[in-house]
Write a protein that binds this ligand. Structure first.
Ligand code: NFS
Ligand code: SF4
Length: 659
């Protein structure tokens, strides 16, 4: 026992919070948590070493002849009891992560579609179709006639079509119509055009059962097919339906960081993923009778903020302040200022329950799919959404009245401009009257913009929070690469102040010129993780606009999830790779290097006409890999010389200006 105490004391001394995160607000709260004797995921990540065999994906527990552990140092020296090789085991594990990630996104998308159906059928009155222009655009994009038709008729047809994204047993998912012809041709040749996501997920689970698919190449094909059913299926439906119901984002000034909490207000935090809960919470927090209640309790009013992807959605749609990304969700409770944290699904750490309890903050689960031991469950029904959200606000008011915890709010607030939907990027660059991707393509062709990078995904206590994202993005924009962002990554960059038009000074001369002309930031926040589908659509539009090749694989673009942690990232990864994008991950990669499966992902897929994977834990190396790839694509397109000319001209101009 004494021995144990000594170890804990030593560990405590060793933890320097600055090594764990670059988020100053989170550091301040981790220090407070330590004083308060409260443990977070940061502490647990230090004390729980990641299992090296699992990290390499060299173990299998798909049957009770095992679990079997193989040796990463001698990967072909041993096989599982059934004879499964390292490649089979890694590919199966990977496939199940894809299935789980795809299931998360598609189930979220299906909830949005359920809501849409009920709105269209008139069974739900609290939500309405807000963006009719988008409704028509989406309908037209999959071949639904819109000319001279009633909005509700179009909506009914759209629902019927999009349902196929999930339930179709044979044929191609509807949004396959949006895929550039050559990319689609490659998919058809490889047999990876998704049918319906339910079918693809079911098949992956079947094929990875003991004794079924035991060829890593064949398993990888089903990974691609399932991942495409996420990105061009479930995720895309989630984004498009949410835009139709709640509005398509356009640039809006936003505030992020824990300083958005207000000591003298009732603070309500919504954390999770499905925007229907948040939209209703916005209504409840603006409800006059509840504001009166809050005032009676001694508060100045009700203050609503988001976290994680729910937060990212309402950040870009309505400019609702955002309190922080995934690794700050426990830290925000340590402020003592949160009067309620209301969650739905995904990325909700079970550890929140304990931290919330320590500070007397009610943690409310609302979704039938996600209960947490120790939290209060108030179920959210979209037929009567405010029943739930009003009750949550009442709980928050009561907690405010009885606040016992000492309040300490880090006084840090960062301003940015977010909300660059792919539609808006079109208007922004092309103007209202000639909205198109032409100016973006032209600026890429003439070399001012070297290429485009999507930097997305989670934060993870195994690496310094936010640091990898921020350093990677800084490096990219310095090299004239325009960055688009979703999820927790964009919040990291917003906190670092890079999502303002003024941040253009940190960009290379070409990108800077474009940003300054248009008045846009060099880093464009576009929404939550399901909104990665906006990046795919933007890629498709760039191909269709012309001049940058015939398929997404020809584009000078790359993607990165430098601090990823969730299985959803392992679904989005192969989605981008199969779409033709070079996709790099940080932190760790669940694979044994130099195995056949490794060579397929990191090299072989590209030879099949798809994208490929890359990995490095180092942001500068990641940037180098992405830029090299972009340059390789520029060369293949024959536009590498144009860039040299532009840069030469710029240098001459700068010389003149100096003279
Ligand atoms: Ni994306 Fe959203 Fe954040 Fe990662 Fe989690 S919130 S869906 S998974 S941690 S970016
Ligand atoms: Fe072991 Fe094969 Fe069973 Fe996996 S499926 S646990 S490798 S015997």
């Amino acid at each position: 026992m004494a021995e144990e105490k000594k170890i804990i004391a030593k560990k405590d001394k060793e933890i320097n919070f600055r090594d764990l995160t670059t988020c100053d607000a989170t550091i301040q709260m981790l220090e407070k948590a330590k004083r308060d004797g409260v443990e977070t995921a940061f502490d647990r990540a230090v004390s729980m070493k990641a299992c090296p065999i699992g990290a390499n994906s060299a173990c299998c527990k798909h049957c009770s002849m095992g679990p079997c552990r193989l040796n990463a140092k001698d990967p072909y020296g041993k096989v599982g009891v059934c004879g499964a090789t390292i490649d089979t085991i890694m590919a199966r594990n990977f496939a199940r992560m894809v299935a789980s990630g795809c299931a998360a996104h598609t189930d979220h998308g299906m909830s949005m579609l359920d809501l849409f159906r009920e709105v269209v059928n008139g069974n739900i009155q609290d939500y309405k179709i807000k963006d009719t222009v988008k409704l028509e655009e989406v309908a037209r994009s999959i071949g639904i006639e819109t000319e001279g038709r009633e909005m509700m008729d179009i909506a009914k047809d759209l629902y019927k079509e999009l349902e196929r994204t999930y339930t179709q047993v044979e044929g191609e998912i509807p949004f396959a119509d949006r895929v550039p012809a050559k990319t689609l041709e490659t998919w058809r040749k490889l047999g990876i055009v998704p049918r319906g996501s339910m079918r693809e997920i079911m098949e992956i689970m079947h094929r990875t059962h003991m004794g079924v698919d035991q060829h890593y190449e064949n398993i990888t094909k089903q990974c691609s097919r399932t991942a495409l059913a996420d990105g061009w299926g479930g995720s895309m439906v989630a984004t498009e339906i949410s835009d139709i119901l709640f509005g398509t984002p356009s640039p809006i000034s936003i505030e992020v960081n824990m300083g958005v909490l207000k000591e003298d207000y009732v603070n309500v935090i919504v954390h999770g993923h499905e925007p229907n809960l948040f939209e209703s919470m916005i209504e409840s927090c603006n409800e006059q009778s509840l504001i009166e209640e809050a005032k009676k309790a001694g508060a100045k009013g009700i203050n609503l903020a988001g976290m994680c992807c729910s937060g990212a959605e309402v950040l870009v749609r309505h400019g609702i302040p955002h309190a922080g990304n995934f690794m700050s969700t426990e830290a925000v409770l340590v402020t003592g200022a949160v009067d309620v944290m209301c969650v739905d699904v995904q990325c909700i750490k079970q550890g929140l329950a304990k931290v919330a309890e320590c500070y007397g903050t009610p943690l409310i689960t609302t979704n039938p799919r996600c209960h947490i031991e120790g939290a209060t469950h108030i179920e959210f029904h979209e037929h009567n959404p405010k029943d739930c959200t009003d009750e949550v606000v009442i709980k928050a008011i009561s907690r405010f009245k009885n606040r016992k915890a000492k309040v300490e709010i880090p006084q840090i607030r960062n301003i940015g401009v977010h909300g660059f939907s792919h539609e808006y990027i079109k208007y922004m660059l092309g103007g209202t009257f000639r909205a198109s991707y032409r100016p973006l393509n032209d600026n890429i062709i003439n070399g001012r913009i070297r290429g485009v990078a999507g930097v997305v995904g989670c934060t993870n206590p195994r690496v310094k929070q936010d640091w990898v994202h921020v350093e990677l993005v800084k490096e990219l924009i310095k090299n004239d690469v325009l960055v688009v962002q979703t999820g927790c990554s964009q919040v990291a960059l917003a906190k670092a102040g890079l999502t303002t038009p003024e941040a253009a000074v940190m960009a290379g001369p070409g990108l800077r010129e474009v940003c300054e002309t248009v008045g846009m930031p060099p880093v464009l926040g576009i929404g939550s993780c399901v909104d990665n589908s906006r990046i795919l659509i933007a890629c498709a539009e760039m191909v269709n606009e012309g001049g940058l090749g015939d398929s997404i694989a020809d584009l000078p673009v790359a993607g990165a999830a430098p601090e990823w942690m969730s299985e959803k990232a392992i679904s989005i990864g192969p989605d981008f790779v199969a779409s033709g994008v070079y996709t790099v991950f940080g932190v760790t990669f669940p694979i044994v290097e130099e195995t056949k499966f490794y060579k397929l992902l990191f090299d072989g897929l590209e030879k099949q006409g798809l994208g490929k994977w890359g990995f490095s834990p180092d942001p500068y190396e990641l940037a180098r890999m992405m830029i090299d790839h972009i340059d390789k694509k520029r060369k293949a397109l024959g536009i590498d010389k144009a860039r040299e000319r532009v840069l030469m001209d710029m240098a001459d101009r700068q010389k003149l200006e100096v003279a």
